[in-house]
Design a protein around this ligand. Structure first.
Ligand SMILES: [Zn+2]
Ligand SMILES: [Zn+2]
Ligand SMILES: [Zn+2]
Length: 220
């Protein structure tokens, strides 16, 4: 590890090109200049996958839980029709006070409470995502792998030990190949959150439109 980073101590703020890896063994496969998989080392992929799956279970919070923890400048609303819909929020809220921009009353947004994120001592208000822009949509896609059309991201079932060049050192993690047919894109599990963000972005760009649309359409 030190041999790789010591070369660059004079300019720690600059990201350097990945040096030739020192760890290569006969089971190592080059994925890119900044990513290698080693098929000879045990990896923590299954644990990461289980964490992701736990994280994506409905959190089960009721409107009473939410009202108790959140800002009371809002009216909280529950849409029981959305209970079984995987994408749409069941709990939303809107500001009690009207808001004005240049003297004109603005259309009230009804931000949605994410029904998957688990709240511990966190700020519950931050689990509401605005819907008159793309924040709710972006959160559901990039954090939970759930698309507005009702598609759910398919997760890989196998992973491998992975070395990834991150901020001037070889970071050890696990990696995997995209499980969609005829796609061999490789991903490393990142350091932040559940670590699958890069893959979820890839899924939403490349694969989501090919998925069957399982949304429950509103009956009007
Ligand atoms: Zn190796
Ligand atoms: Zn969430
Ligand atoms: Zn893919």
């Amino acid at each position: 590890m030190d041999t790789a980073s010591n070369n660059y101590v004079t300019q720690p703020e600059k990201f350097k090109v990945a040096p030739f890896p020192f760890f290569l063994c006969e089971y190592c496969q080059k994925i890119s200049d900044t990513c290698y998989f080693c098929y000879n080392r045990p990896c923590n992929f299954i644990r990461k996958l289980q964490q992701f799956q736990l994280y994506n279970q409905p959190n089960g919070f009721t409107i009473d839980n939410v009202v108790y923890h959140c800002d009371n400048d809002y009216i909280y609303e529950e849409n029981v029709d959305n209970k079984d819909r995987i994408y749409d929020p069941q709990i939303t809220r809107c500001k009690i006070e009207d808001e004005f921009v240049n003297g004109k009353k603005t259309k009230k947004d009804h931000p949605g409470f994410c029904k998957y994120c688990t709240m511990y001592d966190e700020n519950w208000d931050s689990n509401f995502y605005e819907r008159n822009n793309s924040r709710y949509r972006g959160h559901m896609i990039n954090t939970h792998g759930i698309h507005p059309n009702g598609a759910i991201c398919k997760m890989p079932d196998t992973g491998y030990f992975c070395y990834k060049w991150v901020r001037n050192h070889w970071f050890e993690t696990s990696g995997f190949f995209c499980p969609y047919p005829n796609c061999n894109a490789a991903f490393a599990i990142g350091e932040k959150g559940h670590g699958f963000h890069e893959y979820l972005r890839h899924w939403s760009k490349v694969h989501v439109k090919l998925e069957p649309q399982s949304i429950m359409l509103p009956t009007i």
